[in-house]
Ligand binder design. Structure first.
Ligand SMILES: Cc1cc2nc3c(=O)[nH]c(=O)nc-3n(C[C@H](O)[C@H](O)[C@H](O)COP(=O)(O)OP(=O)(O)OC[C@H]3O[C@@H](n4cnc5c(N)ncnc54)[C@H](O)[C@@H]3O)c2cc1C
Length: 423
């Protein structure tokens, strides 16, 4: 990009899957737009996650409607690089106007005229509208309970790449959502003694009666759920496509040697303390697992489907020692723990968006991505319109709605009354 001042109808910030989807829909509706990406297209998939990551959903599901993952078996789980290649190819397919290597530094509403002034690393842009597509997971969050002494190496899951990064010794992984449990499993397979701190979670079966859980959530309408069930705000989902896609089973991991502990409470003088809620958290995960099997069985019966029975899916491994006799305190040095990985989630960061579109806690205020500040849009956020919103298959639909809103606004502004039409 040169340093000349650019004027454009709509500026999209970020070229991950959300920015690419936005661009596709804006292009289809003839909305002049530009996508600015500070790195490369789908950079988070390419370099922002651990090396062995594969998509959580099979390729028939985790994609946009307009293109398939040609060479892959539809039931396979694409590697993160393959997902990044997919979005790059997708953007090429419709000549998405993406400029990479350009960071948006600030967006301010104009005072004396419509639209926004955008400062970028390569000059100034004037736009009537700005779509923030900067991702659902922007700023890694490590809770304040993290020990402050430097006797153990600490990193967030966003910095973890592979087992070779960690020093010799045991590791405590805090958080057992999709990231935490996959990282813990990888470290255990690499020969490490792993302690995994397990909080409240949902634990869907990877597949049941020959259908992946993505299929079940689709036909049961769960991806489209518009409101998070009360009490589930802090519940993570433990699911993975690793090793061809297997159901996460915490008890199985413990029988293989992993030490499960409850929610991490804190650290004092090198001793970690844990809540006594491990059994309760596992039971809650089991409940969500069984609820999905029940709903699937009911769906099959109601629709007379011919899918093979799978009674063994209801078998449960016996509780391992660390569940029946929970570890509530762990002296890190005595246990040989030399590192902690915080798989404790992310927050959004909209410091650059200097407009009136946030509540007192900094949370974007919007309806299905249409912000309370006219001309500002958000796409890709968790639960933007439904459960699927931050995922590959969900963001495409939200982007379509937002592009439609933008096109409609443009129509209003194009209106000319009779007098204006004559002149
Ligand atoms: C470990 C992990 C695994 C996941 N696995 C799956 C999965 O298997 N299936 C699935 O459907 N979802 C998955 N997700 C969820 C979701 O699909 C991804 O987080 C996805 O990357 C979100 O896409 P996005 O475009 O909304 O945001 P991002 O991919 O984060 O893209 C945002 C882009 O904005 C750019 N950007 C940010 N700020 C600026 C700025 N100021 N100026 C210019 N550019 C900027 C960034 O460089 C980035 O490229 C996973 C998430 C994580 C964390």
């Amino acid at each position: 990009m040169t340093t000349e001042k650019i004027e454009i109808d709509t500026l999209v910030v970020g070229a991950g899957q959300a920015g690419v989807a936005m661009s596709e829909h804006l292009s289809a509706l003839g909305v002049p737009h530009l996508v600015l990406e500070r790195n490369r297209i789908a950079e988070k998939w390419r370099t922002g996650r651990w090396d062995s990551l594969v998509a959580n959903g099979p390729v028939w599901h985790d994609r946009f409607p307009g293109m398939e993952f040609d060479e892959l078996d539809p039931d396979a789980f694409a590697s993160k690089e393959r997902v990044a290649d997919y979005f790059e190819a997708y953007a090429k397919k419709f000549n998405a106007p993406v400029r990479t290597g350009v960071e948006v530094r600030s967006v301010n509403r104009n005072e004396d005229r419509p639209g926004f002034t955008i400062e970028t690393s390569e000059g100034v842009i004037e736009a009537n509208r700005v779509v923030a597509a900067t991702g659902p997971f922007q700023r890694p969050v490590i809770p304040p309970i993290a020990p402050t002494d430097s006797s153990v190496q600490q990193m967030h899951s966003a910095e973890y790449r592979n087992p070779a990064q960690l020093p010799e010794g045991a590791v405590l992984v805090v958080g057992a959502g999709s990231s935490g449990v996959q990282i813990a499993d990888e470290l255990q397979r690499a020969g490490k003694q792993v302690y995994l701190s397990v909080g409240a979670h949902d634990r869907p079966p990877r597949a049941y009666r020959n259908r992946d859980f993505c299929w079940w959530l689709g036909v049961l309408g769960e991806w489209d759920a518009e409101i998070m069930q009360p009490g589930k705000e802090h519940v993570t989902i433990a699911v993975s496509g690793a090793h061809g896609g297997q159901t996460i089973d915490f008890r199985a991991l413990a029988h293989q040697g992993m030490k499960l502990v409850g929610l991490t409470k804190g650290f004092t003088d090198g001793v970690a303390t844990f809540e006594s809620n491990l059994a309760e958290n596992l039971a809650r995960g089991d409940e969500s697992y069984l609820a999905l099997l029940d709903a699937a069985d009911a769906y099959i019966a109601r629709n007379g489907l011919d899918l093979p029975e799978e009674p063994e899916a209801r078998n449960r491994l016996p509780d391992p020692e660390c569940v029946s006799n929970p570890i509530l305190q762990l002296d890190l040095a005595e246990a040989g723990v030399t590192s902690i990985i915080w798989a404790t989630g992310f927050a959004v960061d909209y410091n650059w968006l200097k407009v009136n579109a946030f509540d007192a806690s900094g949370k974007p205020q919007h309806q299905r991505g249409v912000s309370t500040e006219p001309g500002i849009y958000f796409v890709g956020l968790p639960w933007l319109s439904r459960r699927g919103s931050s995922f590959i298959w969900g963001v495409w639909h939200d982007a379509k709605h937002i592009a439609g809103h933008i096109a409609t606004q443009r129509q209003y502004l194009d209106y000319r009354d009779a007098e204006q039409r004559q002149s």
